[in-house]
Design a binder for this molecule. Structure first.
Ligand code: AMP
Ligand code: MN
Ligand code: MN
Ligand code: MN
Length: 273
C-alpha cells in the first residue's frame, strides 16, 4: 500500500486542481491520499467520489502556527470535515491569513514594491493567499529574480515578509484537530533547521499540547535525516507519518507517492485511523 499523507492543491499554494491531483495520485499508484492544503479544507468541497474511486482520501489540513517566534506547521489528519471545531479553525486562520497578507504587502511596499496585495491576489485566484503568490508577483514585476530569491531576501524565515504572530497558537491548533476527531502530526520536523536540542524541545512542547504524531518522511530528504527522525519518533512514542509535500509536477524532486514505506521501527499514523 502506498500512502501519501501530505500534498497541496490549487486551493492553497499547489498548482493542480483537485481532479488532476487525484488523477496523478492514481497514476503514481497511491492507494491512500490526504490533501493537506494550508489552513483550508476547501479541496474537500470539490472532490468527486467517482473520480477518486481508486484512491482512498483521508481528510486533512496543514495548519500554520508558531513556536518560539518560528513558523511551524501541524497536520490534522483524518478529521471530520463537517465538525464545528474544524470549521472554527479554518475560519480563524482564514482571517489571520488575510490580515497577514495585508501586513506582508505593507512590508514589501516599504522595500519598494507597489500593489503587492493585488498582485498576489491575482496569482491566488480563489485560493487562500500564501507567500508563494507574493513570490510569483515579485518575479513577474522583476522585483525579484526568482521565487528562490524572493524567499531568500524578503519572504523567508526571519525576513520582513515572514509575518507569523497572527496564527493561532500551537495548543489551539492541536485542540481544533483533536476535537474534530483527527490526529495532530508535526509536519516536516527537519525543515525548521533546529539543533537536536531545540528539535527535542519542540517535540516535547508539541506532545505536552496533545500532539500525537510526526512526519518521519517528508519530500526529498537524506537517509541520515530519516534515521534521526525514525529514532525520535520511537523515543518520543509518536505515531509516524509520511508524505511528499507535493505542490507541483514541475518540482521533480517532490513527487506524489514518492515514499514507498515507513522505517520498520515506526508505528504508522494510519494504525489509529
Ligand atoms: P505561507 O503558507 O503563506 O506561509 O507560505 C508557505 C509556503 O511557501 C510553504 O508551504 C512552501 O510551499 C512555500 N515556501 C516556503 N519557503 C520557500 C522557499 N524558500 N522557496 C519556495 N517556496 C517556499
Ligand atoms: Mn506550501
Ligand atoms: Mn509545511
Ligand atoms: Mn505542505
Amino acid at each position: 500500500m502506498i500512502y501519501d499523507l501530505h500534498c497541496h492543491s490549487n486551493c492553497s499554494d499547489g498548482t493542480l486542481p483537485i481532479s488532476a491531483l487525484i488523477a496523478l495520485a492514481a497514476e503514481k499508484k497511491v492507494d491512500v491520499l490526504s490533501i493537506t492544503d494550508h489552513d483550508t479544507l476547501s479541496a474537500y468541497e470539490n472532490i468527486d467520489p467517482a473520480a477518486a474511486l481508486n484512491v482512498k482520501i483521508i481528510p486533512g489540513i496543514e495548519f500554520s502556527t508558531q513556536w518560539q517566534k518560528m513558523g511551524v506547521h501541524i497536520l490534522g489528519l483524518n478529521i471530520q470535515l463537517q465538525h464545528s471545531a474544524a470549521e472554527e479553525g479554518v475560519a480563524f486562520q482564514k482571517k489571520a491569513r488575510q490580515e497577514r497578507a495585508e501586513k506582508i504587502a505593507e512590508k514589501l511596499h516599504k522595500a519598494g514594491l507597489v500593489d503587492a496585495l493585488a498582485g498576489a491576489k491575482k496569482f491566488a485566484g480563489d485560493a487562500e493567499i500564501a507567500r508563494p503568490h507574493f513570490a510569483r508577483y515579485m518575479v513577474e514585476t522583476g522585483f525579484s529574480k526568482s521565487i528562490e530569491q524572493a524567499f531568500k531576501k524578503h519572504l523567508g524565515a526571519g525576513k520582513p515578509g515572514d509575518v507569523k504572530q497572527l496564527w493561532a497558537g500551537m495548543d489551539q491548533v492541536i485542540r481544533w484537530i483533536k476535537d474534530s476527531g483527527g490526529v495532530a502530526v508535526l509536519a516536516h520536523p527537519h525543515k525548521y533547521n533546529l539543533t537536536r536540542t531545540k528539535l527535542i524541545a519542540l517535540l516535547d512542547d508539541f506532545i505536552q499540547a496533545g500532539g500525537e504524531g510526526m512526519e518521519v518522511l517528508s519530500g526529498a530528504q537524506g537517509n541520515d535525516v530519516t534515521a534521526m527522525l525514525r529514532d525520535l519518533s520511537v523515543q518520543k512514542n509518536l505515531l509516524a507519518s509520511l508524505g511528499s509535500d507535493f505542490h507541483s509536477p514541475t518540482a521533480e524532486w517532490c513527487r506524489l507517492g514518492m515514499h514507498p514505506s515507513l522505517p520498520k521501527a515506526c508505528t504508522p499514523v494510519w494504525s489509529v485511523f
